[in-house]
Design a protein around this ligand. Structure first.
Ligand SMILES: C[S@@+](CC[C@H](N)C(=O)[O-])C[C@H]1O[C@@H](n2cnc3c(N)ncnc32)[C@H](O)[C@@H]1O
Length: 298
């Protein structure tokens, strides 16, 4: 644990794959509560850090945590997908970290609406400047669009039935809260708790969250643009928490490592994704579905 009750996922593995011993700039694209960033700065006094987060509340927490290293940390309230457009000297970059999805702080704040078993508004925005909320999706999106979101982003078998019922029920009474939506999902999907079975609301909430925050959009393009700009030997480490994101990272790394018409840009360092040990999962259940992939610029 490194402060605030927050445990950074796959910490030692990330630090090893990022090769944090070099002098230069390390970029944490998803600074969150600053868990990984803190350890990079603490263990390497010659490292400078650039951090991004679209959630200004998280950014404030990270700023506080990283205060001891303030003279070599720069934080941006921005989508990391703008990184390739920044006017910085990319030749100084030694490593880039992506720890995708939401933080434990966001999940544990009921007023943000990310958790299906805590009463809160239908929000789910990481960036509060975003005009699309979960409320808009559930109460306004057409049925076909809901089917597509539940199917593509939630991989939910009952996508059609659920979308049809939501559209029919919202005509009587609009959906207001997370728990109201959760109870409706349980009822329509005829949920009976069973060991090893994922709660259907977990899939529905994941799907809505991905749509609200456009989480998959531009990820592949970002990795490609950043890989082009990095100097030789710089590392990229990316942690994902669901298969859709992992698939994008895996295929993009593979394409950039085996570019048929030009020179390859990357060497893949993790033939298979690195996953947490049983011990880490026992200490931090959020790590359960984490997968780390890493590559080096060649
Ligand atoms: C899993 S948490 C990172 C936790 C962090 N590694 C730590 O140890 O404290 C992911 C963070 O990334 C942020 N985030 C997600 N997508 C983003 C994006 N496109 N640009 C910038 N930040 C993003 C979220 O707001 C969240 O704070």
């Amino acid at each position: 644990m490194n402060g605030n009750g927050h445990i950074p996922v796959l910490l030692e593995e990330v630090l090893e794959y990022l090769n944090i011993t070099r002098e230069g700039i390390y970029i944490d694209c998803t600074i969150g509560l600053g868990g990984h960033a803190y350890e990079i700065a603490r263990r390497n006094p010659k490292a400078s850090l650039i951090g991004f987060d679209i959630d200004e509340h998280s950014l404030l927490k990270a700023k506080k945590k990283l205060q001891p290293f303030a003279d070599r940390v720069e934080l941006f309230h921005s989508d990391f997908r703008y990184l390739p457009d920044l006017s910085i000297d990319f030749s100084d970059i030694r490593g880039i970290l992506l720890d995708l999805g939401i933080s434990s702080y966001q999940l544990d704040s009921p007023e943000r609406g990310f958790s299906f078993n805590r009463e809160g508004p239908l929000d789910m925005r990481m960036d509060l400047r975003n005009r699309t909320t979960a409320d808009k999706i559930i109460n306004k999106y057409p049925e076909q669009k809901l089917v597509q979101i539940f199917w593509e982003y939630g991989e939910l078998r009952q996508s059609r039935r659920l979308a049809r019922e939501i559209v029919s029920r919202r005509k009587q009474k609009r959906f207001e809260t997370t728990t109201q939506l959760c109870r409706t999902v349980e009822e329509i999907c005829r949920w009976r708790p069973q060991k090893g079975k994922i709660h259907p609301a977990a899939k529905v909430f994941q799907a809505i969250r991905i749509e609200v925050n456009q989480e998959l959009k531009g990820l592949s393009d970002f990795l490609e643009r950043v890989a082009e700009k990095l100097p030789k030997k710089a590392r990229i480490a990316a942690i994902s928490f669901h298969s859709l994101e992992d698939r994008i990272i895996k295929h993009t790394f593979a394409r950039l490592a085996n570019e048929p018409d030009s020179y390859p840009l990357l060497l893949i360092l993790t033939k298979k994704p690195v996953v947490p040990t049983d011990e880490e999962i026992a200490n931090n259940s959020r790590a359960r579905s984490a997968k780390l992939r890493a590559a080096e610029k060649i």
